[in-house]
Unconditional design. Structure first.
Length: 224
């Protein structure tokens, strides 16, 4: 193992620990495997190679994160957070998504305010190995591309901090948001819906047992 890979592994462990602390990891119904007929739909919007490999083939896809999600949800990948893609959906996981158009952001905000639930992983510096060159449109963006959504919800995202994660803070208009664990997580009440923002996505590149805090938060959003 090279020094750089060792550093990356240490950063991943730190991210896992921080997210678990912020969300309050627990064992129980939210971590249990559900029968296929009991799995609600989870829309998934991501730039990360969770469903397919970087070449969009079956090889290299089917990540540990997808395996864990598939145990509790009927995961439906979507390509954009617009009204058509979100129609009929109740729960959305945006895992370090690409920049969304202004129209899609308006649709997303309207969907949440009408009762939608979203878990957004917004990493200001993604530490994820990729075989694609910098600038390749198929490579995950190096940082979360916030084109105004967080500000609209009353939040700012800065960083990365020395441990590689982001820092969320509430603006004057963000009175409906609660920030946890020194800025790692924000939970917001938006209209009739809810949004949880985690300022990190590197923890997805790990083992299934390290995804418990995220699964707990999805279960919390699902039950709201």
């Amino acid at each position: 193992m090279t020094f750089n890979r060792w550093i990356a592994g240490a950063g991943l462990l730190a991210a896992l620990g921080a997210v678990a602390l912020a969300l309050g990891q627990r064992s129980g119904p939210s971590t249990a495997i559900r029968a296929p007929e009991q799995r609600p739909t989870l829309a998934l919007l991501t730039s990360l190679p969770l469903v397919f490999g970087e070449d969009f083939g079956l090889e290299g896809g089917g990540s540990a994160a997808l395996t864990r999600l598939d145990q509790r949800y009927n995961v439906v990948p979507i390509g954009v957070a617009d009204a058509t893609s979100l129609s009929g959906q109740h729960l959305l996981l945006m895992a370090h998504p690409r920049a969304q158009s202004a129209g899609a952001l308006v649709d997303l905000d309207r969907w949440v305010r009408k009762g939608g639930r979203v878990l957004l992983l917004a990493d200001p510096r993604l530490d994820w190995e990729s075989g694609r060159t910098l600038g390749d449109k198929l490579r995950p963006p190096p940082a979360f591309a916030d084109t105004g959504l967080l500000a609209h919800w009353g939040l700012t995202l800065s960083g990365p901090t020395p441990d590689g994660r982001g820092l969320l803070a509430v603006t004057r208009s963000g009175r409906s948001c609660d920030v946890l664990n020194e800025g790692l997580v924000a939970r917001c009440r938006i209209g009739r819906g809810a949004a949880t923002i985690i300022a990190d996505a590197d923890f997805l590149n790990g083992e299934p047992q390290g995804l418990g805090p995220m699964m707990d938060e999805l279960a919390r959003l699902e039950s709201r």
